[in-house]
Ligand binder design. Sequence first.
Ligand code: UTP
Length: 414
Amino acid sequence: MAKNIEEIRSILKKYNQEHLLNMYNDLDDQKQKILLNQLENIDYNLIKSLYENTKKEQQKDNDAKIEPIDYFDKNKLYDNYKYYEGIGKKAIKEGKLAAVTMAGGQGTRLGHKGPKGTYDIGLDSHKSLFELLADSLKEAGKKLDVIIPWFIMTSRENNKETVEFFEKHKFFGYQKDKNIFFFEQGELPMVDTEGKILIGEDGLVKEAADGHGGIYESLVKNGMTAKMRQLGVEWVFIGGVDNCLVKMVDPVLMGLAIDKKVTAAGKSVVKANSKEKVGVFCKKNGRPNVIEYTEISEEMAEAIDENGELVYGESHILCNLFNISAIERMGASELPYHSAFKKATYIDKDGNKIEPDGPNAYKFEAFLFDAFGELDDMVVLRVKREEEFAPVKNAKGVDSPETARELYKNFYNL
Ligand code: UTP
């Protein structure tokens, strides 16, 4: 049952967060209700411990046993290529594949106003990232005579704008709630450097998306996995919105996963050089994992195998395929949160709007690959960077609209 304001006040007092009710009387009825609901649902112990963790040195799991992971090279499967492709094609034609696009990120580095998927990378067609993804999904489906159901993960912040954008474009030929579905990811409050939860300009708790690691739980909690099961889906490709060459329908990847009897398969591209700032696939304590560039020693990063290739050279590119059962399992497991120090406008205790010049608050995010440790095994498939990876991250320079546009044009011979 909903708690009354006095009960909430006493909880806030216990956690030193009483300021969160300072603006309560200035809010209209509806917002008062939303605020109370937010305050009732915050896990204050979690926020307290996440804030305390920001003060500690990043803990490294020194005891973990890190080993290289085996991988298949898509361009060196020779006769097996057709074999795996055949298995995958059959399953896809039977309607067993769904695609999920993670579009809940804030896209701060790109600095585009509006959801990242609405961004026009500057092709002559002026198609948005969403449209480029829709084109490739529809085209792949057409080849296999099937419509691949598409699930879009948004955030509370960008859900409305995202759905409106799709409406304006007639869902790119998809039908809402029939073969295209939208769902919101989870959020966590932001805290200042004193551990105080922030109030945003709307007078409500300032929350931020809880990272792409929230995907599994969100898929389950929002009834998306149930919906997939109803549709007869068994396998789910999960990718980001900002890779304009993402290949969401890949019969070879799917065939490999089915043939090898694993519940997940991920794509990699060869790390450009030992210093590239990317996470790489590995095994941690015998299970699949991704080790971040900040966590890997220089010696490991530079280690070379007998073929002269980097031992830890399979970059994780956020292109993964999961069996629904694996998603449900990962959705039930608790992932660690990582903190990021960000710039956040907020309302101070006297009711003044503060627009900081630099980072002032912590945001907490879970990473999708932290759940890989839940999996017994995972197939890694090395693909060609120029065929499948054209990310749009920064406004300029590496991984920018300019680099992505060139890669896209080269791939499609535009
Ligand atoms: P990034 O980690 O690159 O984050 O997301 P971002 O939000 O796009 O950009 P920055 O870091 O703020 O500049 C990789 C993918 O994961 C999605 C993003 O939308 C993108 O497709 N993502 C990220 C979410 O869906 N939710 C999140 O909370 C974070």
